[in-house]
Design a protein around this ligand. Structure first.
Ligand code: ADP
Length: 496
């Protein structure tokens, strides 16, 4: 039967999604199920791995039933996932030994402080490209293993497996035959040597992780496993694996050195392709593996803003000056400029490049003339300014001046925000037609491995632009940036 589709499995932080793409990279069908978020203690965040699996398989079956396609028409499967989230299970019973510890979970912060106190920062950065943080999987694995005495015996008897969500789902999809991940996911564990492309013995010793529980690391685009026949009645190659941000980078076709994308969701995730070179950041950006194709690694620099779309939610839910997030654009357009306001969106501290968890959100410059429109405009500017902070440091680290910023995510639909971004970066901002860049990226990785798409040039044609925003000459770029820098420095000093 003719192969007409690639199935993307998009295992996100709040929902499990399945998306069917055709050869033109168009979405044919989507199904999505949310799952529960557990917050057992302050700073702890967990998921139930069985619920992740159940919702995921339900979404997969829904897209097939609703689109009325024959599973034989599916060429291949790609999996993209929330990164870092840690699952350990018993390979004999198939049961998780603990809930999934989610990337947001801070329970291992004290152990990370110990590593920092022992001056391990530089060693870990050189090996993994990461800044020591509870965010990554390594210390979460340690926590699970050390908080249940029964596990010592199971580790000794070779009964436990660790995986990020991609690994867990592939294990389930193959009925326990494959225990694999790809380098983009492995590089977020703080256990993977991204220069040598292998689990790092020194770090495994330092964090006390037994190597035998770790998955094999396969190419991001290769036929590495097959869907078990029992699941959909047909074997389908699983041939694409990538963490969500890396998949989005690929889906945006940021495949050459210097290509950069920014995702405007709850926060912003900015990623720049740095080609074959591992660029170690001097400005507290993360270096990471973008993907491995035909055994060849591509690296990336990554920086994130914790609060972006979430700031617009705050305007909506707490300040009540808009009823829906998109309304912020109309409100901001009721004024010609920001009225002298600078909004520092430090609602959960400031991440890269400031890394100050204590600084708080602040609006500078309020006068009797300040209107809601000014606040809305300053809020949009603040998202663009935080993105600019990151992009500038990335350019310095990589020694690359990029030409276009490709954008996606919910808030990228805001034309005014995108125009402000182009103005403040003095570069073009380009938005693609498909906003499903994460799922599309891993579909591309899967379909390239099987020959569904022949080569990169055949998928390049499929990336279509929705809008391009060019810098406007009459925008007060310098005034806004100067004021931002002056005011943010003043705020950071207040906290010293
Ligand atoms: P996530 O994947 O992080 O849940 P999404 O990509 O779905 O995020 O985007 C949702 C976020 O984008 C929300 O925080 C919302 O406030 C914001 N958002 C959505 N549409 C707009 C808009 N038109 N203007 C500004 N912000 C928006």
């Amino acid at each position: 039967m003719e192969k007409k589709y690639v199935l993307s499995i998009d295992a996100g932080t709040t929902s499990s999604r399945a998306i069917l793409f055709n050869k033109n990279a168009e979405v044919v069908e989507i199904a999505q199920y949310e799952f529960n978020q557990f917050f057992p203690k302050e700073g702890w965040v967990e998921h139930d791995p069985v619920e992740i699996w159940n919702t995921q398989i339900k979404a997969i079956k829904d897209v097939i039933n609703n689109s009325k396609i024959d599973p034989n028409e599916i060429d291949s499967i790609g999996i993209t996932n929330q990164r870092e989230t840690t699952i350990i299970w018993n390979k004999e019973t198939g049961k998780p030994v603990y809930n999934a510890i989610v990337w947001q979970d801070r329970r291992t912060a004290n152990f990370c402080d110990e590593l920092i106190d022992k001056n391990m920062g530089s060693l870990i950065q050189q090996k993994t490209g990461l800044v020591i943080d509870a965010y990554f999987s390594g210390t979460k694995i340690k926590w699970i293993l050390e908080n249940n005495n029964d596990l010592i015996e199971l580790v000794r008897d070779n009964k436990l497996l660790f995986g990020t969500v991609d690994t867990w789902l592939i294990w389930k999809l193959t009925n326990g035959k494959y225990h694999i991940t790809d380098p983009s996911n492995a590089s977020r564990t703080m256990l993977y040597n991204i220069k040598e492309d292998k689990w790092d013995e020194d770090l495994l010793k330092l964090i006390n992780i037994p190597e035998k529980i770790l998955p094999n690391v396969v190419d991001s685009s290769s036929v590495s496993a097959n869907l078990d026949k029992e699941i959909l009645g047909v074997e389908i190659p699983i041939s694409g694996i990538a963490g969500d941000q890396q998949a989005a980078l690929f889906g945006q076709l940021c495949i050459n050195k210097g290509d950069i994308k920014n995702t405007y969701g709850t926060g912003c995730f900015c990623m720049m392709n740095t080609g074959e070179s591992f660029v170690m950041s001097k400005n507290k950006m993360l270096s990471t593996i973008a993907w491995r194709i035909n055994g060849k690694l591509t690296y990336a620099l990554e920086g994130s803003v914790f609060v972006a779309g979430a700031l617009i939610q705050w305007l909506r839910d707490k300040l009540g000056i808009i009823k829906s997030s998109p309304e912020v654009e109309e409100l901001a357009k009721t004024v010609g400029d920001n009225g002298g306001l600078t909004f520092v969106p430090a609602l959960s501290g400031l991440a890269a490049p400031y890394w100050d968890p204590y600084v708080q959100g602040t609006i500078f410059g309020i006068t009797r003339g300040t209107e809601n429109g000014h606040i809305a405009r300053a809020a949009l500017e603040s998202i663009a300014l935080r993105t600019r902070d990151i992009v500038i440091e990335m350019e310095k680290d990589a020694g690359i001046k990029f030409t276009d910023l490709k954008v996606d995510g919910g808030a990228s639909n805001n034309n005014l925000l995108m125009q402000i971004q182009a103005n403040l970066l003095s570069t073009n901002v380009v938005r693609p037609k498909t906003t499903e860049t994460t799922a599309l990226g891993v579909a591309f990785l899967a379909g390239l491995a099987t020959g569904f798409w022949n080569d990169i040039s055949s998928i390049e044609k499929l990336w279509t632009q929705d809008m391009s925003f060019k810098p406007e000459k009459d925008f007060k770029t310098k005034v806004i940036i100067d004021l931002w820098q002056k005011r943010i420095n003043r705020l950071l000093k207040l906290n010293e």
